[in-house]
Structure formats: C-alpha cells, structure tokens
Design a protein around this ligand. Sequence first.
Ligand SMILES: [Fe+2]
Ligand SMILES: [Fe+2]
Length: 349
Amino acid sequence: MMSLGVITCRVAVATGLRFFSTTATTASALVSEAVLSNVAKGFGDQVGASRANLSYWLRVPLIHGGSVRNSSTISVEQKEKQDVSADSSVGGNNDGKGPVSYWGIEPAKIMKPDGTEWTWNCFRPWETYQANLSIDLNKHHAPATNLDRMAYWTVKILRWPTDIFFQRRYGCRAMMLETVAAVPGMVAGLILHLKSLRRFEHSGGWIKALVEEAENERMHLMTFMEVSHPRWYERALVIAVQGVFFNAYFLGYLMSPKFAHRMVGYLEEEAIHSYTEFLKELDKGNIENVPAPAIAIDYWQLPAGSTLRDVVMVVRADEAHHRDVNHFASDIHYEGRELREAAAPIDYH
Ligand SMILES: [Fe+2]
Ligand SMILES: [Fe+2]
C-alpha cells in the first residue's frame, strides 16, 4: 500500500500563519530545504514506515489580502472586497474563484507533483491509496451459532430479489448495491460515537474505522455512477430501500452489534461474489471494458489507461477488506469484549 503525503509548509509571519507552496511564490524563498525536509520527515513519522514511499503534494490555501484568516476577524480590505461581491456570491461563485467566506474558510489549492492542480473536492490526495489486490478473496466465516446462521440466511434471502431485479446488469447492480453498502459503517460509527459521549470513554479508533468504511463504499458509488446512470424508478427504489434499511440496521445494531457486524461480513462476501461475476462478464465481452473513470484513477492511484476491469478489481479488494473488518468486529463481540478493547483497523485497505 502506498499513500500520498502532503507537505504543508508553515511560516509564521506578522499577520499570522501563512502557508506557502514551493512553486512560484515569492515567499517560497523563505522556505528552506531544512524546513521542507523536517516537515516531510514529520509527516513520514506520522504515517509510519509502511508509507515510506511518499509522493509530495503541496497544499496552498488561498490568501485574501495577503494573509490567511484563521479567525472571524478580517481586515478592512477584505471586508470591502467581500461587500462588493456579497450580492453575487451568496450560494454561488465569485467570478469563478469560489464563494467568498466571511469566516476565512478558503479552499486549499492542492498541486499535484506534476504541477497541475488537484481538482477533486470530494476527496483529497492523502485519502487515496493503492488497493491491496493480494488479499484472500475466498475467506469465509462458516456460521457457527444460530445468530451466525440468521445473519448468513438474511443475506442469502436478500440476494434473491436483487438477482431477479438486476440479473446480469452488473454495472447497475453494483451502483445500486453500493447505496446500501455505504449505510452500515455510518450507522455503526454514529452509534459508537454516541456511546463514547454517553460513557465518557474512548472508542479504540472504531468510529473512525467504520466511518472510513462508509466513505469508501460511497466512493464506490461515486465511481459506478460514472459508468451507469440510475433511472427514475431506480432512484425511487434507493429512497425506499434506504428508508427501510437504515432504520432496520440502526435497531439491529442497538440490539446486537455482534449480529449486525456478522451480517455485514456476509454481505461483503456476497459483494466479492458479485464483483467476480462482473469480471467474468467483462472478460467474456458481454460488458464493454470502457476506460476507468477519472475519479477512480485518482482515488485508487491507478495508472493512466486503466479500464473498468481494473476498477472492479480494486473495488472487489475493498469489499474483501470490509468483510475482514466486520467479521473481526463480530468476533470481538463473541469473545464478550467491546470493540474499543481491540485496536481498530484504521486505514485497512
Ligand atoms: Fe462497495
Ligand atoms: Fe463493502
């Protein structure tokens, strides 16, 4: 796994903190090699030895009136600039430069190593990764208890209507199923978050790990939306299914997190199977192996020229990781322990 680092060069100036890129800014001269290497080293330390192979990105928050505003206090010059554009900037763009914020919240301008600008607002370079394709896709948790069997057969029964509805339309099927798959992690994360607040105790990193999973599933959805567009009745189906599934999973998790995680583990096993079928259809030529969407290339750090097949491969690897995380979580509960007692698999891709 390789992740991308970010160099944020902070130089204190009279007006407060400034952030400089090492690209063509006059201030870049202030940033010495020593500062750069220290920042890079610090980041490297933070992410650990497994991320030694860092590519460096430059994060450059936009500067108003010569200073980054980190508080609600703004200069007269900034206020004048804002007043001029206030009418036209409400909810829109300021001459294509983005909305003016009274609060000093400016979008960071991120440069890629090749000098071009990072254009995705929905995720940042340091959230991207290379999927671990060597993960064992065949691992299976054999149901050992009645609760396991209930979770297993719940998933098997749920698969039956989806098989009938989608048949071999795997692109559409993937897109629709991702709208469901992105729910459990967020629900579990929410419940653990509230529990942590109520009990005045740490979560062991599980809130972050589960919300990360939900975010990853949502990125699957954003990717498949690029190759398959939902029709009106599919959108309606998603609304109905979400209404039912969110509430059912929420209640299910409150009653038995052991069952809830086991069920998601089996759901992920089914997802691996579905994506394997998807790959078979691509290989047979029944589904056109179109170029990979740009969002997928950047999110999974895929090489230029990657195709839909490459995307399905990395998504399937993600599902295998979700399978492991959820069966692991269920096993912890089976041991009579709480999730926070075991280290959460944060960044497990
Ligand atoms: Fe997914
Ligand atoms: Fe998944």
